[in-house]
Design a protein around this ligand. Sequence first.
Ligand code: AP5
Length: 243
Amino acid sequence: MSTAVDLNPVSDEATFLPGPLLLLGAPGVGKGTQAQALMAEFGIPQISTGDLLRDHRARQTKLGMLAENLMSQGQLVPDDLVNEMVADRLSQPDTSRGYILDGFPRTLPQAEWLDTQLASGHLSKGQTLPVVALSIKVDYEQLLRRIVGRRTCPVCKSIYNIFFNPPRVEGICDVEGAALVQRSDDSEEVFAERMKAFEQQTAPVIEHYRSQGRFDEIEGDQSVEQVTASIKSALRRLRQESK
Ligand code: AP5
């Protein structure tokens, strides 16, 4: 979810200042699933550029109408439009302890824009911790099953999977009781295009952050809980090392 969240962390993680965290990785690797878990754990917002764009699409804004065609073909939305949308979201006060960027940056120009904005203090909302970047890895066949099996609640945005994490009642959200939906870009054909965009445009972003330090790779082919534990441990270690 990309909307403002209740900032009362629900665990002893309350004393830990997470700062800005980038979740990087291919389509279906588990960025959204993990961002939701971390949001609950740390009380910081998930900012998913995919969710923000889908929201624009649903509201039929100018950006949403432009994005619709590109998203349905598995292509990326132009950098300047996405950057502007992110700047607007990061200016909200719930980002002051940190935030999880899910699906951004995914081109080198987006990464360079973000680096410049954060270095200049324009987007920092009073906190000055540097970015930590974590890249989640899962192999192609597993990604494909995750994508074609994904179902989402249109109300609370909970993420399910008909193969790996089905709802208690087929097709119905456990939390809201709403009928689950399948994303229009979650077909095998569009997935192949999204993977091409990932390999050509986003893989260099991962190398960019690897070369900057405060970076780690996370094995994504484990249970959701194990991946969350790996992310939390890497985040704590990288924050400690960069003090
Ligand atoms: P976006 O919505 O960001 O899609 P994506 O990056 O392709 O990632 P997904 O949302 O498909 O996957 P995810 O990694 O979040 O996986 P999830 O947790 O859901 O972008 C969509 C489009 O918007 C783009 O194609 C582009 O057009 C545009 N766009 C977005 N950002 C942009 C940007 N910055 N610049 C330009 N254009 C942009 O999990 C997937 C499935 O796997 C679920 O069913 C889940 O239950 C299951 N699962 C998760 N973890 C596990 C696990 N550990 N074990 C088993 N199953 C698991």
